[in-house]
Design a protein around this ligand. Structure first.
Ligand SMILES: Cc1ncc(COP(=O)(O)O)c(C=O)c1O
Length: 371
């Protein structure tokens, strides 16, 4: 049986050659390719500084630390995301304060943020979920009014824009992530973007074991640090992908449009829409089952598709209902009803740049017949 996978990276001979070439050099970490990747990325993202690290999670963790978020502080965030956007707050023993989502955009509901602000609130960490930009105007306005920092988790939104400005350019600091299912990949990797030289210096130093950024000695450590470095091998992959980024995004958008056209009007399905004034770059292609379907039925549909070789997934299971969060914080069903209702009905379909039309047709046909 032919398998149609959920995601697949778009790697060509250009990337393969770049990796082979760097392997012929003596510098496999902290070399010129890191600088080149960061320089190119900052330019692409329209930010002053880019600090490349070994994952999106590491990038978020360093931002939380660099912004001085500490034990007992509260950070307002969304429960409808990948777990890392909340775990990064826990790493510093701060508290994620969840706010339910907007049913249309699936992003944090900005109308519900202010009621959750307390004296302990230090930041808002918003996510551009599935590449759909959050309501940045409102988030920045609330943050300014209450003197809060803004962390932009754009891990899924490379190439998206909000009112003409690219995602990743709004917060005090932002991240993109480069796991192989993302719009571009370095295998594993992430990047911090900021215009603040202090945040840049702190993140760069912490990513490299707390060494001084300039004129430091290898065995001198001026602050608590980590090994969150991105190797030269990953950086050349990133450079090659970044040079092709318009092509990568175009191909992704083409596949999304094909799904849109074939699934439009299908009974039992709701297609996700980009919010007004935004341009969405697709991370995953997610459809929502209509409210008549239960979580169990959604699970059955995914299992039956899997039996036919079609790999789908439940993007996202809400963070507050993850076993660890339930146990540690006592969250329960009903705490964030909109996020839960959406999360119970979403299905991510196979989605990648080189998904063939006939495979996409197979997915659509199988899904329709199960509905
Ligand atoms: C919204 C969001 N934040 C953070 C991350 C973490 O990135 P990484 O897997 O590179 O650690 C991801 C990755 O899937 C993500 O989707």
């Amino acid at each position: 049986m032919k398998k149609i996978s959920l995601s697949s990276p778009d790697i060509t001979d250009v990337e393969r050659k770049a990796v082979m070439d760097v392997l012929k050099t003596q510098t496999l970490s902290l070399g010129p390719k890191l600088q080149e990747f960061e320089g190119r990325f900052a330019k692409f993202a329209k930010r002053k500084y880019a600090v490349a690290v070994n994952s999106g999670t590491s990038a978020l963790h360093l931002i939380v630390r660099a912004l001085g978020i500490r034990e007992g502080d509260e950070v307002i965030t969304t429960p409808f995301s990948f777990i890392a956007s909340s775990n990064c707050i826990l790493y510093e023993r701060a508290k994620p304060v969840f706010v339910d989502i907007d049913e249309e955009t699936l992003n944090i509901d900005v109308k519900k943020i202010e009621s959750k602000i307390t004296k302990k609130t230090k930041a808002i960490l918003a996510v551009d979920v599935f590449g759909n930009p959050a309501n940045w105007d409102a988030i920045l306005r609330i943050a300014k009014k209450h003197k809060l920092k803004v962390i932009e988790d754009s891990a899924e939104a490379l190439g998206s824009s909000y009112k003409g400005k690219p995602c990743g350019s709004f917060g005090d600091a932002a991240v993109f992530a480069f796991y192989p299912n993302k719009q571009m990949t370095t295998g594993e990797g992430g990047v911090i973007l900021t215009d603040d030289p202090k945040v840049e210096e702190a993140c760069r130093s912490m990513a490299n074991q707390g060494r001084k950024v300039k004129n430091g000695k290898w065995l001198e450590h001026i602050r608590l640090g980590y090994n969150y470095r991105l190797s030269e091998i990953e950086c050349v992959l990133g450079i090659a992908q970044l040079k092709r980024v318009n092509e990568l995004l175009r191909k992704r958008s083409r596949v999304a449009k094909m799904y849109d056209a074939k699934l439009k009007g299908v009974k039992g399905l709701e297609l996700l829409k980009a919010a007004k004034g935004t341009k969405k770059s697709f991370f995953v292609y997610v459809v929502k089952l209509s409210k008549q379907y239960s979580r169990t039925q959604r699970g059955n549909i995914i299992s039956r598709l899997a039996e036919q070789g079609i790999q789908c997934s439940t993007y996202f299971q809400t963070i507050h209902l993850q076993p660890f969060y339930r146990e540690a914080f006592g969250f329960k069903r009903g705490d964030f009803p909109i996020a839960e209702s959406v999360s119970d009905r979403t299905i991510a379909l196979p989605f990648y740049n080189n998904l063939k039309g006939k495979d996409l047709d197979t997915v659509v046909k199988a899904l329709k017949s199960l509905l």
